[in-house]
Design a protein around this ligand. Structure first.
Ligand code: WT7
Length: 690
C-alpha cells in the first residue's frame, strides 16, 4: 500500500507546534545559542526544520550513547548502579551491565513510597459495564499477593509463566507479580487458539499457566479455561493452572492441577520483597510472527527495556503522573506490554484497561470511556480510526472529548485521510498526533514526533524523526544509504536499550533474521522512504509478514496451518489491500483428488484456520486453483498471486519474478485470472475480533 503522494500537504505544522508550545512548559532549559550542526546525522540533500532541542539531544545521543543513556537511566531507581552502560558484541547488546533493579518496584512500590498511594493506577471497564478502580496502593496489594501465590506454587527467578487472560486487572497484576520475583512472563493474546497456546507454552517450557474462567467479547463469553485446558493437554511442562474468576461460568476442572486464584489470596503474604534483578535478566518473552511457520519468542531485558520505554514515553507522549493514558491495544501484543503496563505505570500515570470490543454495545463505547475517565492521551491503531471514520461523526457529537491533549497512532501505516479525520474529529484540531513506528523486537517507540522534547512539525502519514539514541537509515539492497525520496529498507545502525536481546532458544535465527543481511545493523523488515526534511515514511513490510488490522501474521504460519486441512494439497497465502484493515488475507489453494471447490469447503477452510491459529487468521478470500504459478525451479510466483488477489494489472510484474520469463509470468497471470472464484459463495469477511 502506498501512502505517500506528492500532494500531501504539510498540515499547519507550525500552528500545531505553537499550540503544543503553549501547553507544554519544557522542564529542562535548552541552550539554543550554539547553533546545531546536524549535517553528519542526515543524508545529503536533507533540509532541516529549525528543531533545536531535539537535534541537540539526538546529536548527543549518537555522539556519546553511553553518556546519554547513563543519564536517562538515572531517572529510574536502581538497587545497584551499573558498572558498564553497554557491552556490544554484535549482535548481542547488554545494557547497564552489573546494575540491579526490579520492574514491579518501579511500576508500583516507587509510587506508593512517593506518597501517591491513593492515586489511581488502573481504571478498568468491563465490556458488560462493571468497573474497578485500582489505586497504586490497591495495585501494590494485588501484585504482592499474586507474587506470593506464584512463590507458593514453586515459581522462582527465571521460571517461565504463561498468561492467557482477558483484559482484566489481573492481567497487568500477574505480569508485575512475575516481574517482582524474577519469573519471566509470556502473555498469550486471548484470541489465540489452543494449538497456538501450546506451541508457545512448549517453546518456553512454562511451569504455570494463568487463565480465567472466561472473558467477554461482543457480548459473548470466550471460554478461555476450556481453550487453555485443550492446550495444556499438549504441554507436559505445566504443573499448575491458576484460574481467575471473571464470568462465573462453570468450567472443566483438573483436581491437583487447577487452582482458583481467589482460594489462594486469603493466605497470601502481604509483602513479597522485589528481587533485585540483574539489568540483563529477561523481563518477558513475547511471540511474534516471522517469515517461517514458527513464531519467534522475542526476549526483552529488564534494565534496557525499562530505561528505553521510560524515556520514550516522556519524549513522545509527555506523560506525567496526572496523565490518564489509554492505549486501546490488547496487553497480549507488545503495544500493550509497553504502552499499557510498563511505561505508563513507571511514570505513575493512570491507565485505562477496557475489556471489550470498540463497537459494543454501540459504536459510541470508546468515546464514552474517554469522557467518563477524562482520558488525556489516546493511543490507537489506524484500523480502528478507519472503522470509526466509516460510521460517521454522529456518535462523537454525543460525547465531550475535551480532556484529550495528545493522540497517537501505531501498528501500521496511517493513511493521510485517516490522520486528518483523527486530527479533526477526535482531537478537534487541538491535539497533536504522534504516529509511532516500532516493533515487537524494538521494545519501544523508535520513530515518532517527540512533543515532550519540543514540538515537531507534523506531516500526516509520516512517523517523522527517530527518537534520541535511534540511528535509523534507509538503504538499498546492498546497504548503501539512499538519498531523500528513494524507497528502500529501514535499518538501525546502533544498538538501543529497548532492543530484543535474543529469540528464545534460537540464537541462530536471531542472528539470521535481524543481523545477517546488513552486518552490524538491525534489519527491520520494513520498506521506508526518507523525505527531503529527513522525515521517515514507513510504507509496509518488505518480507512475507502481513499486517492485518495492525496484527502481525506470517504467510508461512498461515500456510502451515492451512495445509493441515485434509482437502488441501498446496496453498499459498498473500494479501490484498483493505480499506479498513489495511491488508486482508487471501488464500490460493489446490485441492486433493476427490475434493472440489464449494462454498461449504470454503467455510470449512476458514473455520480450520480459526481453529488452528485464532480468529485473526480469518481469510477474506479463497481462490481454488488448478495449479500454482511457479518458476522453473519450482518457486511459487508470489507477486503474481498478489497481483491477482489485489486486482492489479500485470503491468510491471514481469520484472519482479527473478527466474521466470516475461511470457511465463504473463501466462501464469492470465490463467489465474480465469480461475473460478465462485463469486456467489458467501465468504465470511469480517473478522469478529479485529
Ligand atoms: C510492524 C511491527 C509495536 C507496534 C505494534 C506492532 C508496522 C508499526 C507503524 C507505523 C507504519 C508501522 C511495521 C512494523 N508498523 N507501527 N507507525 N507506521 N508501520 O508491532 O506487531 O511487531 O509489528 O508494524 O511494519 O515492522 P508488531
Amino acid at each position: 500500500m502506498c501512502i505517500y503522494s506528492e500532494s500531501i500537504s504539510v498540515l499547519t505544522t507550525y500552528e500545531i507546534a505553537n499550540r503544543i508550545k503553549l501547553k507544554m512548559k519544557k522542564k529542562r532549559g535548552v541552550s539554543n545559542s550554539k547553533g546545531i550542526d546536524s549535517a553528519s546525522y542526515l543524508p545529503t540533500g536533507v533540509r532541516l526544520w529549525p528543531l533545536k532541542r531535539y537535534l541537540e539531544m539526538y546529536r548527543s545521543s549518537l555522539d556519546d550513547p553511553e553518556g546519554f543513556w547513563s543519564e536517562e537511566a538515572q531517572k529510574l531507581d536502581w538497587y545497584k548502579t551499573w558498572e558498564r552502560v553497554l557491552d556490544w558484541e554484535p549482535p548481542y547488546a547488554r545494557w547497564f551491565v552489573g546494575g540491579r533493579l526490579n520492574a514491579s518496584f518501579l511500576c508500583v512500590d516507587r509510587h506508593v513510597k512517593m506518597w501517591r498511594r491513593s492515586k489511581v493506577a488502573v481504571y478498568w471497564e468491563g465490556e458488560t459495564g462493571e468497573t474497578r478502580v485500582l489505586s497504586y496502593s490497591t495495585l501494590f496489594r494485588d501484585v504482592n499477593r499474586f507474587a506470593s501465590v506464584l512463590k507458593k506454587l514453586g515459581v522462582g527467578k527465571g521460571d517461565r509463566v504463561a498468561i492467557y487472560l482477558p483484559m482484566i486487572p489481573e492481567l497487568p497484576t500477574s505480569m508485575l507479580a512475575c516481574a517482582r520475583i524474577g519469573a519471566v512472563h509470556t502473555v498469550i493474546f486471548s484470541g489465540f487458539s489452543a494449538q497456538a497456546i501450546a506451541d508457545r507454552v512448549n517453546d518456553i517450557q512454562a511451569k504455570v499457566v494463568v487463565t480465567a474462567d472466561g472473558g467477554y467479547r461482543r457480548g459473548k463469553i470466550i471460554p478461555l479455561k476450556q481453550i487453555a485446558d485443550e492446550a495444556v493437554k499438549l504441554c507436559p511442562s505445566v504443573e499448575k493452572v491458576i484460574v481467575v474468576k471473571r464470568t462465573g461460568e462453570a468450567v472443566p476442572w483438573t483436581e491437583g492441577r487447577d487452582i482458583w486464584l481467589s482460594s489462594m489470596l486469603d493466605d497470601a503474604e502481604l509483602f513479597v520483597t522485589p528481587e533485585p534483578l540483574e539489568s540483563t535478566h529477561p523481563l518477558y518473552i513475547l511471540y511474534t510472527s516471522g517469515t517461517t511457520g514458527k513464531p519467534k519468542g522475542i526476549v526483552h531485558s529488564t534494565g534496557g527495556y525499562l530505561v528505553f520505554n521510560h524515556s520514550a514515553y516522556q519524549w513522545v507522549f509527555n506523560i506525567k503522573e496526572e496523565s490518564v493514558f489509554w492505549c486501546t491495544a490488547d496487553v497480549g501484543w507488545v503495544t500493550g506490554h509497553s504502552s499499557i503496563v510498563y511505561a505508563p505505570l513507571s511514570h505513575g500515570a493512570a491507565i485505562i484497561l477496557y475489556e471489550g470490543a470498540p463497537d459494543y454495545p454501540t459504536i459510541g463505547r470508546w468515546w464514552d470511556i474517554i469522557e467518563k475517565y477524562g482520558v488525556t492521551i489516546f493511543y490507537t491503531s489506524p484500523t480502528a480510526i478507519r472503522m470509526f471514520m466509516r460510521s460517521g461523526e454522529e456518535w462523537l457529537q454525543k460525547h465531550d472529548l475535551s480532556s484529550l491533549e495528545l493522540l497517537g497512532s501505531v501498528g501500521e501505516p496511517i493513511n493521510p485521510e485517516a490522520w486528518q479525520w483523527f486530527y479533526k474529529y477526535i482531537g478537534k484540531e487541538r491535539c497533536p498526533i504522534v504516529d509511532t513506528w516500532w516493533q515487537t523486537e524494538t521494545g519501544g517507540i523508535m520513530i515518532s514526533p517527540t512533543p515532550g522534547i519540543e514540538p515537531i512539525p507534523l506531516k500526516p502519514g509520516s512517523a517523522t524523526l527517530p527518537l534520541p539514541g535511534v540511528d535509523a537509515t534507509v538503504v538499498d539492497a546492498d546497504g548503501k544509504e539512499l538519498p531523500p525520496g528513494k524507497t528502500g529498507l529501514l535499518i538501525i545502525n546502533k544498538p538501543w536499550p529497548g532492543m530484543l536481546v535474543n529469540i528464545y532458544g534460537d540464537p541462530e535465527r536471531y542472528h539470521e533474521a535481524y543481523w545477517s543481511r546488513f552486518p552490524g545493523s538491525y534489519y527491520t523488515g520494513d520498506f521506508a522512504m526518507r523525505d527531503e526534511d529527513g522525515y521517515f515514511w514507513v510504507l509496509g513490510r518488505a518480507d512475507e509478514v502481513l499486517k492485518v488490522a495492525g496484527h502481525r501474521i506470517g504467510t508461512a504460519e498461515l500456510e502451515d496451518a492451512a495445509i493441515s486441512h485434509p482437502a488441501i494439497t498446496e496453498v499459498a497465502v498473500t494479501s490484498k489491500p483493505d480499506e479498513i484493515k489495511g491488508e486482508a488475507i487471501v488464500l490460493f489453494v489446490t485441492l486433493k483428488k476427490g475434493s472440489s471447490p464449494s462454498a461449504t469447503l470454503r467455510k470449512e477452510i476458514i473455520q480450520h484456520l480459526r481453529q488452528v491459529i485464532g480468529p485473526i487468521a480469518t481469510p477474506d478470500e479463497i481462490y481454488f486453483v488448478e495449479s500454482m504459478p511457479k518458476t522453473r525451479s519450482g518457486k511459487i510466483m508470489r507477486r503474481v498471486l498478489k497481483a491477482v488477489a489485489s486486482g492489479q494489472s500485470p503491468g510491471d510484474l514481469t520484472t519482479l519474478e527473478d527466474e521466470a520469463s516475461v511470457d511465463e509470468v504473463k501466462r501464469a497471470y492470465a490463467s489465474l485470472k480465469r480461475v473460478s472464484k465462485e463469486a456467489e459463495a458467501d465468504v465470511e469477511v469480517r473478522n469478529p475480533r479485529s
